[in-house]
Every structure is written in C-alpha cells, then in structure tokens.
Ligand binder design. Structure first.
Ligand code: FPP
Length: 249
C-alpha cells in the first residue's frame, strides 16, 4: 500500500506505508544558529523552532506516524543564560495554551516525558491538563521531552525497581530488559525506529539512550527552524532504504 505526501508543491513523494517508522524521535537542534545567522536574539530562533515543531507534528500525524518524540528541553538546558531559559519557559507556556489546543483536531495524545517538578506551577498544571484532556484520543502519541535526560530517566528507573524489590512487589530474578523498559517514561511504547537530528551535529545528547539501542539515525544539515515537510520525506526515504538487522545478519 502506498501513502502519498504532498509536502512539496510540485512533487508528490510516494512511500511504502509498510516501511514507515512507527516511532520517530527528533532532536530539534539549530535554533540558536538560525537566529545568529540573521542577527536575531536566540529567543527568535526558539520561536521559529516552535512553529516548525507545530508544522512537523501535524505532518507526522497526517502521514500516519503513530509515535513522535521531540526533544524540547533537556536536564542540561537549565545551564543556559537565565534570559534564554526564561524565554523558553514563556514559549512553552504560550504553546501549551494555544498550539496544543489545535492538536485536538488531529486527535493527538500529548504526553510529557521528563521530570515536571522544576517547572513553575502554571507550566506544570498546563502540562498535566494537556495530558489529561488528550489521554482518551486515538491519534498519534506526541511525547514532548521537557526537563528530560536519559541518564536521569535510567537512574529513576533503577531506584524505582530497587524500591519495588525492597517492598516485595518485584523479585530480583524478574528483572529483565522488558521490565527496565516498563520503568521508563516511555513505558508501553515501542522504541524509536528513526531519530532525526537536524543542524548537522553527530551527537545523541542524552536522548532516549536505552530506547535507541537499534534505532536508525538520520543527521540532516538544515537548522531546525528551516526544516520542512520535504526534509522529513527525505529522512523517511533514507530510513526506508536501511537494512535493519538488530544484530543479526
Ligand atoms: C536546541 O537548539 C533547541 C532547544 C534547546 C529548544 C527547542 C525548543 C523548541 C523548538 C520549542 C518547541 C516548543 C514546544 C512547546 C515543544 P539550540 O538552541 O541548542 O541551537 P544551537 O545549537 O544552534 O545553539
């Protein structure tokens, strides 16, 4: 079965739907460089990046992607200058109030992966409201990684498993890969098939370390605010030509 995407005005790209990834992860990188190239403050880059986020999320949902995980703010991003962190928090708030409302039309289920506790109460409540109000929808699952770090996620999982062993709910012998996965924020979801990193950086930056054991990576040179639907098509075509062997032959 073929799926047609009309991402380019004059061209129609044809995908084999069986070769579409079920779960895509995106490291939304390059906002700062995009702004610098234009002599704009970094926050203008994040604003432009937020528009791209909205566009690409809708596109993924339209073409039938089942899970999309975007890296919005890492556990390390608090180290940025205070005014940049503040402008990102403002941006997240306005997007959670407005753009995520839009996703209702696409039946998108919104989840936040990461530790919500350091965010201010307004933002925390908005995150919870968005999760609550979208949980019964039947469309694409959108994981927004906020204050997310994969090492932190794994440490939390280890602590929770230890607690469950201590209180007798779990035995040491029952610990296996599946059980560890079930203690992560992405519990119950398939591992990402494809992770896309725009902006030409060859790094994983503490994103989905456990979950990406057999993920295909596609690095693209475009900066995130310039990323178009046609760039996603290109990544999907690259992915569909990969031969995934999962350690076999
Ligand atoms: C990395 O680019 C980007 C971020 C740390 C922020 C990403 C956030 C958005 C795109 C906004 C999305 C909004 C929602 C609600 C999810 P960088 O600043 O490190 O770029 P650089 O490497 O060029 O400096």
């Amino acid at each position: 079965m073929a799926l047609f995407s009309k991402s380019k005005k004059d061209a129609i790209t044809c995908f084999d739907v069986d070769k579409l990834p079920v779960h895509i992860g995106i490291i939304m990188d390059g906002n700062g460089r995009w702004a610098k190239k234009r002599g704009l403050p970094r926050k203008a880059g994040h604003s432009a990046g937020a528009k791209t986020f909205r566009k690409i999320t809708r596109y993924c949902s339209d073409i039938g992607i089942k899970y999309l995980t975007v890296y919005a703010f890492s556990t390390e991003n608090w180290k940025r200058p205070q005014d940049e962190v503040n402008s990102l928090m403002k941006l997240f708030k306005s997007y959670l109030e407005e753009a995520l409302e839009d996703f209702k039309d696409d039946s998108i289920v919104v989840k936040f992966i990461g530790d919500k506790s350091p965010f201010n109460e307004d933002l925390r409540n908005l995150m919870i409201e968005n999760e609550e109000s979208s949980k019964d929808r039947d469309g694409m699952v959108l994981n927004i990684a906020m204050n997310y770090g994969s090492r932190d996620e794994i440490v939390r999982a280890v602590k929770n498993i230890c607690n469950d062993v201590k209180n007798g709910t779990k035995s040491i012998d029952s610990i296996d890969e599946q059980m560890v996965s079930s203690y992560l924020y992405t519990s119950g979801q398939p591992d990402p098939d494809l992770i896309i990193r725009p902006s030409g950086e060859y790094r994983i930056s503490n994103f989905l370390l456990w979950q990406s054991a057999y993920t295909e990576f596609v690095i693209m040179n475009k900066l995130w605010p310039d990323f178009e639907e046609s760039d996603l098509d290109e990544a999907l075509i690259t992915y569909s030509n990969r031969n995934r062997r999962y350690g076999g032959v």
